[in-house]
Design a protein around this ligand. Structure first.
Ligand code: PLP
Length: 452
């Protein structure tokens, strides 16, 4: 109940009232927040308790505060009013969301995670809570080395793993190190996440676009570059796997250009119709940086991801990491190590794989029930599908129609980084809504597609 107020003005009481009103009006104190007792606030501010009690009384009378029996004084809904956007402004969060990028965060395994947190913290030595190795706790790096070798075929030793705050953080460190070593050009897939291109540019790298077709990135057209960022197991956002012949060709290209390959394996665990495609990294561990994340398997809010590095990168990445965030949240790392070692991570992935597969099938059924002019691709894996629209409608039109019924959609144009001809399409993130909202989200999608 610590409260920062700067009472000023004429009388002490009037000054206190004005300070609370201002804090509520500006949104610094939001509706429902509990205020200190009059005794505690009086002691903090060095004023009489009666003065605080009278000020609270006045603010309650005016509706700024609420006095509730048994739970003290709280900020009233005026705070909510003060924070509401101007009339006519769209709501900040759409009610239904089929944009890609997030798993179903409502399915986060809270009980299992809490149990792992409790157990790992009880077992951790006190020294674990110090600054420690910028690569992250050894318990997690050990657990990841075993897990990645077992499930993705990655050749990983714990000393080459660096745990970072999301893939975007690890990627930023890589760009920084590449740039410091004299790299100037990073090739990215012609359709890819725009934020990674921005990160590269921030680190003074020029990005070039590799065209993507049905076989994934067209390796023969990468050209000259110091590094390439790819999503080989499941191209983001188009959804295909990199064709086997291109996987080999990529290794030749990297050797010929003495280049680094960054393998972004963001949703490699989620494959539905056959065995997951293994990682590329074991075919050239000294050229390929393998990157994985918990942002799809658990929740983006965890901010936990990992890089498996070629030996020559390790020291430079450690140095860059030490300057960026030092050590990424130790408690979360200990918990994840326990979560993996106890088998719960595998169980959660298996459970969610089934859940997302059902959702994908529901999506296909709903769309096939309509006009078959829409082609759906990229559905063998991951948490998103590509809906290719007929020439009679643009993605912007469908997105606008959907937003009128409070459904957020994402068009393929958002991810475009190429001058090649563009075909209108939607990138549907079918994992995003919580389970109870999914059927309605799908219904709204079909309405927006067929303008019903
Ligand atoms: C292509 C791709 N890679 C990686 C990630 C994960 O990023 P992060 O670990 O920073 O959440 C995402 C998340 O949306 C993504 O779309």
């Amino acid at each position: 109940l610590d409260l920062h107020l700067e009472p000023g003005g004429r009388g002490v009481r009037a000054g206190l009232e004005a300070a609370v009103r201002e804090a509520v009006r500006s949104g610094r104190l939001s509706a429902g927040v509990r205020l200190p007792s009059s005794r505690a606030l009086a002691a903090d501010l060095g004023i009489a308790r009666n003065t605080v009690a009278e000020a609270y009384g006045q603010l309650v009378a005016e509706g700024w505060l609420l006095a509730t029996q048994g739970s003290g004084t709280r900020v009233g809904n005026r705070a909510g009013l003060a924070q509401q956007p101007a009339t006519g402004a769209p709501p900040l969060q759409p009610r239904y969301d089929l944009r890609p990028g997030s798993p179903d965060v409502a399915a986060f395994p809270r009980a299992g995670w809490l149990a792992a947190a409790r157990r790992s913290l009880s077992l951790a030595p006190a020294t674990a809570l110090g600054y420690g190795d910028p690569r992250g706790r050894p318990e997690l790096r050990e657990a990841l080395a075993g897990y990645l070798a077992r499930t993705r075929g990655v050749r990983a030793s714990p000393d080459r793993i660096v745990v970072c705050a999301g893939f975007s953080h690890g990627f930023s460190l890589l760009c920084q190190v590449l740039s410091a070593r004299g790299a100037t050009t990073l090739a990215v897939e012609g359709y890819s996440q725009p934020q990674y291109r921005k990160i590269a540019v921030t680190q003074r790298l020029t990005t070039t676009a590799v065209p993507v077709d049905a076989g994934g990135a067209d390796i023969g057209r990468i050209g000259a570059a110091d590094a390439v960022l790819l999503t080989p197991a499941h191209q983001f956002p188009l959804g295909m796997a990199l064709a086997p012949a291109r996987r080999s060709k990529l290794l030749d290209w990297a050797a010929d250009h003495d280049a680094t390959v960054i393998e972004d394996d963001y949703d490699g665990e989620f494959r539905y119709d056959r065995q997951p495609i293994g990682a590329l990294q074991p075919r050239s561990p000294e050229r390929i940086v393998y990157a994985g994340t918990t942002s799809k398997s658990l929740a983006p809010g965890l901010r936990l991801a990992w890089l498996v590095l070629p030996a020559h990168f390790v020291d430079d990445i450690i140095a860059a990491k030490a300057l960026s965030d030092g050590v990424t949240s130790t408690l979360e790392k200990l918990t994840l190590a326990e979560f993996i070692n106890s088998g719960q991570y595998d169980r959660q992935i298996r459970r969610q794989r089934q859940a997302y597969r059902r959702r994908r099938d529901q999506l296909l059924t709903a769309l096939h029930g309509g006009v078959s002019l829409i082609r759906i691709t990229g559905i063998a894996a991951g948490l998103h599908a590509l809906l290719q629209l007929p020439a009679t409608v643009t993605e912007e039109e469908v997105i606008a129609r959907a937003s009128r019924s409070d459904l957020a959609l994402d068009g393929l144009n958002t991810y475009r980084h190429t001058e090649e001809p563009h075909h209108s399409a939607l990138v549907i993130g079918y994992a995003t809504p919580p389970g109870h909202a999914y059927p309605t989200a799908i219904e709204k999608l079909t309405e927006a597609l067929w303008d019903r």
